[in-house]
Design a protein. Structure first.
Length: 143
């Protein structure tokens, strides 16, 4: 995974905070990753910080675009409000500064981690336990 800033095209050409997730389709599907993404961030909230924190799935080819579009549509019934997450083509990436890379592992006691990240991790463990990397889970529990 790479943490940083991603841009797309047209009205989405400004950089927005995001991650690039590399995955093995034999171990986890793109559909499952999209479900995790939608459930662990505000996919239905159109708040004032959306330019900096765009709700998007960036795709690298037409097949990923089709899978992502279908996945978002099929998951809509699981949410009370409309999903605002966009499916956008990937254009550029800038790696985050060193101080913010792996922030959770370096700062688990910080308020952001305790108030924002931990509830998302709890949800992840409850709803997607079969997709969790047990080695990372052990590291979290021992921290």
């Amino acid at each position: 995974m790479q943490q940083g800033w991603i841009s797309s095209d047209a009205e989405n050409s400004s950089f927005s905070e995001a991650v690039i997730v590399e995955f093995d389709r034999r171990l986890i599907s793109l559909q499952t990753l999209i479900a995790i993404h939608l459930y662990t961030h505000s996919c239905t909230s159109n708040h004032s910080m959306r330019l900096k924190y765009r709700s998007a799935i960036y795709t690298f080819n037409d097949m990923q675009k089709a899978i992502a579009t279908d996945a978002v549509a099929s998951l809509q019934d699981e949410f009370d409000k409309a999903i605002i997450t966009q499916v956008l083509p990937f254009r550029q990436f800038q790696l985050n500064t060193e101080e913010f890379l792996n922030y959770y592992y370096s700062n688990p006691e910080k308020p952001f981690c305790e108030n924002i990240v931990n509830p998302k991790l709890k949800l992840l463990l409850q709803q997607f336990s079969s997709a969790v990397d047990n080695d990372k889970l052990k590291h979290m529990q021992n921290s």
